[in-house]
Design a protein around this ligand. Structure first.
Ligand code: CTP
Length: 403
């Protein structure tokens, strides 16, 4: 999988909080994504975690002291500041945030922060009262005004045993935030891309629904890939087990009719729509207000009516329309006929019977068909990379030029 993190220089500042152990996971995930991760540990952080742990994970020397002769910063004290594509401080203590707000540069991390032009991301972790303190809040506001991005803290159980807002946000959210920052000037900047995801739920009564096996993974991955290229990504999603991706606007829906309304609304000013959702073709004619009782009969028939075809019904003038064709037989022929009948620009043909390309899988093998009869047979790849490939083909089709 190749993401926006590939080959980028990320400086990870780790400051003295009990959440330091989570920074090891973050360093690991960034390294796995092929980023070059330079870690700076503050004195406080070194009480919780060791340089060895980070050096072993990142395969790079870890900086603790500007004056350490082993450190690159002893020769060039702004080396990391200049090299970094992004600097992320996770966890960030109230003390470090205060130093940043006031331009102090008394250690390797704050010196680097003061000298950098790269986007800075701060993920605070502290006692809830410390975060709520007007001094911390004023510092956060000041830094936000200067363009620093804050992510979290999250609410939950804190080290003190109290419940409150002070937890370091989870690694995937921080990675999403870094990816969005790195991709902000990407080749889809200024474009609005609407993606649908998940399987719709058609209510029979307050307890029961008709739905399907869609996990939502394909749509979420496309939305993330669009975000990472600077697009303004909107995800119209049914309930799934997936976390909302950072930096993607979520519109939560359940039924095909809800999804149609949301898609129609969002597409009014969109540049492209990708319908990755598995929309129910049928819904109950009526939904019972109360739970339907089992009763004495051994049979029960539910009367169904067709749902509207969402993508076919979209006015297409300024919109690039991409559909998916989930097929269990005659993949290409069926996909081709949907491309035409639904008035699409592209259709992604997806054999749902393939083991490594099914609903819940993280990978997919698809063929992308276009209006001119072109068929691009892609090998097995991550769903994110499928998203990248779809967007590569959407880009030249935009009705409005990318400025
Ligand atoms: N789709 C839609 N509205 C519907 C049904 C499907 O917008 N009511 C979209 C899907 O999101 C997908 C494409 O149309 O992008 C094709 O969906 P698919 O389920 O493969 O095809 P159907 O049109 O439902 O046809 P069939 O079930 O007969 O294969």
């Amino acid at each position: 999988m190749s993401t926006v993190l590939d080959g980028k220089h990320i400086t990870l500042g780790v400051t003295g909080s009990i959440a330091c152990y989570k920074a090891i996971d973050l360093a690991s995930k960034l390294t796995q994504a092929n980023a070059n991760v330079d870690v700076i540990l503050t004195k406080g952080a070194s009480k919780f975690v060791t340089t060895l742990a980070f050096a072993a994970i990142t395969h790079r020397p870890v900086v603790t002291d500007v004056f350490d002769p082993q450190s690159e910063l002893s020769i060039d004290h702004v080396a990391l500041a200049e090299r970094s594509d992004s600097i992320v401080i996770a966890p960030a203590t109230a003390h470090t945030i205060a130093k940043m707000a006031h331009g102090l540069a008394d250690d390797a991390l704050t010196t680097t922060l003061l000298a950098t032009q790269a986007p800075v991301i701060v993920a605070p972790a502290m006692d809830a009262h410390m975060f709520d303190n007007p001094a911390t809040q004023a510092n956060v506001r000041l830094l936000e005004e200067r363009g620093v991005t804050f992510i979290g803290p999250a609410s939950g159980r804190l080290a003190s045993g109290l419940i409150g807002k002070g937890r370091l946000v989870e690694t995937p959210e921080i990675i999403g935030c870094i990816s969005a920052a790195l991709g902000r000037h990407g080749d889809l900047a200024g474009k609005k891309i609407v993606v649908s995801a998940g399987g719709t739920e058609e209510a029979i009564d307050p307890v029961r629904v008709i739905t399907n096996h869609s996990s939502g993974k394909m749509g979420y991955a496309i939305a993330e890939a669009a975000r990472d290229r600077g697009a303004s990504a909107v995800l119209v999603s049914t309930p799934t087990a997936l976390p909302a991706p950072y930096g993607v606007r979520m519109v939560n829906v359940r039924s095909a009719l809800d999804m149609r309304d949301a898609i129609n609304h969002e597409c009014r000013d969109a540049d492209a729509v990708v319908m990755a959702a598995a929309v129910a073709d049928w819904r109950p004619v009526s939904t019972a207000d109360q739970k339907i009782k089992k009763g004495a009969s051994n049979e029960w028939a539910i009367e169904l009516t067709k749902t509207p075809d969402i993508i076919a019904g979209l006015a297409a003038d300024s919109l690039v329309k991409v559909g998916f064709a989930a097929e269990s037989q005659d993949l290409i022929a069926n996909a081709q006929s949907k491309l035409v009948s639904k008035g699409l620009d592209l259709i992604v043909a997806n054999d749902i019977t393939a083991e490594d390309a099914g609903f819940a899988s993280d990978t997919n093998r698809v063929t992308i068909l276009d209006r001119e009869g072109g068929a691009d047979d892609l090998p097995l790849m991550s769903k994110y990379d499928v998203g990248v490939n779809i967007l590569d083909r959407v880009r030249p089709l935009f009705r409005r030029d990318i400025s």
